[in-house]
Design a protein around this ligand. Structure first.
Ligand code: C5P
Length: 422
């Protein structure tokens, strides 16, 4: 059964390779399961992390095997599962050493109250706790999962403080309804959020401590209650930049026009419709931000004579005569603030990219403007960004939007004034 599961996993992996970015390629993760009902959610996590190219060695405490079977975890990871420190399958009988050496991270999920207490005090009385003590400089991430009273218990909180002090990274916990029926803090974050955190963990923290404000998507200007004028924008680039900035350690606020895209994990999203709403939201947060990245395709005009009732096509006068008024230029206004954030603008052009983008950069008064050709980037998953600044022009490699966003975030971090980039 094992070799069959392995073969299926390999076939699936190569089929998917072309469809998704392998965010965890060449990463070996030791996944530790401890006793908690949230164990069942890790089955999904293992499958998804495997799709991203991760090699996962599952280690379970005996209590974890009460909640999900080792067979399930073996089938999904395609690798043997370890529970017993005296496992005779390990030739040198040192599973705690073999598993941790060369691992890129140890992830404990769910992390029970008891296991966190053991970790905090360096106890080593089962395979999982022993390998944590033996891990050397292998990073340790834990996703706590417990009842709210157990989480709030002073002893647990003392252990949390000790673990943080020891450099252990806590993922969550979340607030919400718990398996026991109570509501509060202590819920394990969801498997896709654990995956997002793990992927983020491997990104360089070039924006640690920075507050980044981003606009994304289109704006939508009402003509009447059922009709709007909008700019074409999927929001994909702005959302990818929000994700990349968060992965780089920034606190991110994403002000977005209408788009069905899901909010990247850990990002605060403020939904808006019109350019004037976007302007108001941006101005509320601009002064407290370190960086402003204006990716949104903002409508230049709004309809002055918009109707509160649906315009009828059978109306006596025929087609409506729309009157337009200018919208505020959000980017130019933020760039002109006395103590405003470091500003990055975007320009999607259909022709003469270099001339238009450079002229736009000067007009808006921003140190960096990112240009791309609208016909290449619209709705696409791949983008080619060109950076315009005083020092000249730099083209980044064409790549999927998330990769391009990560590259851009690194370029921005490199350019931030030193006083701002502490
Ligand atoms: O003015 P234009 O649309 O050509 O410039 C594009 C850049 O300016 C983008 O960064 C866009 O988000 C921003 N912009 C803005 N407010 C507007 C129009 C564009 O912030 N009203």
């Amino acid at each position: 059964m094992n070799s069959c599961a392995g073969a299926v996993k390999d076939a699936n992996a190569s089929n998917r390779e072309s469809r998704i970015m392998l965010e965890l390629a060449n990463k070996r993760i030791v996944l530790g399961l401890t006793g908690g009902i949230a164990c069942y959610k890790l089955a999904e996590f293992v499958r998804r992390a495997g799709e991203h190219g991760a090699t996962i060695d599952v280690v379970m405490t005996p209590a974890a095997t009460q909640f999900i079977t080792p067979v399930t975890m073996q089938a999904l990871s395609g690798r043997p599962v370890f529970i017993d420190p005296w496992d005779a399958r390990v030739p040198n009988n040192m599973a705690h050493i073999n598993l941790t050496r060369g691992a890129d991270a140890i992830l404990i999920a769910p992390a029970s109250t008891d296991f966190m207490a053991k970790l905090a005090h360096g106890m080593a009385d089962d395979l999982l706790s022993t390998l944590c003590v033996a891990r050397g400089d292998c990073p340790l991430l834990i996703a706590p999962a417990m009842n709210r009273e157990m989480w709030l218990n002073p002893a647990t909180q003392r252990n949390v403080a000790l673990l943080r002090q020891d450099g252990v990274q806590l993922l969550g916990p979340a607030e919400g309804e718990q398996a026991c029926g109570e509501v509060g803090s202590g819920r394990m974050i969801e498997p896709d959020q654990i995956l997002a955190e793990l992927i983020a963990f491997f990104q360089p923290k070039v924006l640690e401590g920075q507050r980044v404000l981003i606009t994304a998507g289109p704006t939508s200007e009402r003509i009447d209650p059922v009709r709007v004028i909008t700019n074409r924008s999927s929001g994909k680039t702005g959302f990818a930049i929000a994700q990349a900035a968060r992965e780089a350690g920034a606190e991110v606020i994403l002000i977005s026009g209408p788009t069905p895209l899901p909010t990247p994990y850990g990002v605060t999203r403020i939904p808006v419709e019109s350019a004037r709403q976007m302007h108001a939201a941006v101005m509320q947060h601009a002064s407290s931000s370190d960086v402003f990245i204006s990716v949104a395709a903002v409508a230049d005009w709004h309809v002055v004579n918009r109707s509160d009732q649906k315009l009828k096509k059978t109306a006596a006068g025929g087609a409506p005569q729309l009157e337009f008024g200018p919208n505020p230029d959000i980017l130019a206004e933020v760039a002109a603030l006395q103590t405003g954030p470091w500003c990055v603008g975007f320009a999607a052009e259909t022709e003469n990219l270099v001339e238009h983008a450079e002229a736009k950069r000067r007009r808006k008064g921003v140190p960096l403007l990112v240009g791309n050709l609208a016909q290449h980037v619209m709705d696409a998953d791949i983008t080619e960004l060109v950076l315009f600044e005083d020092a000249g022009r730099t083209s980044l490699t064409p790549q999927p939007k998330l990769q391009a966003a990560r590259a851009l975030v690194r370029e921005i971090a490199r350019r931030l004034p030193k006083t701002n980039n502490t």
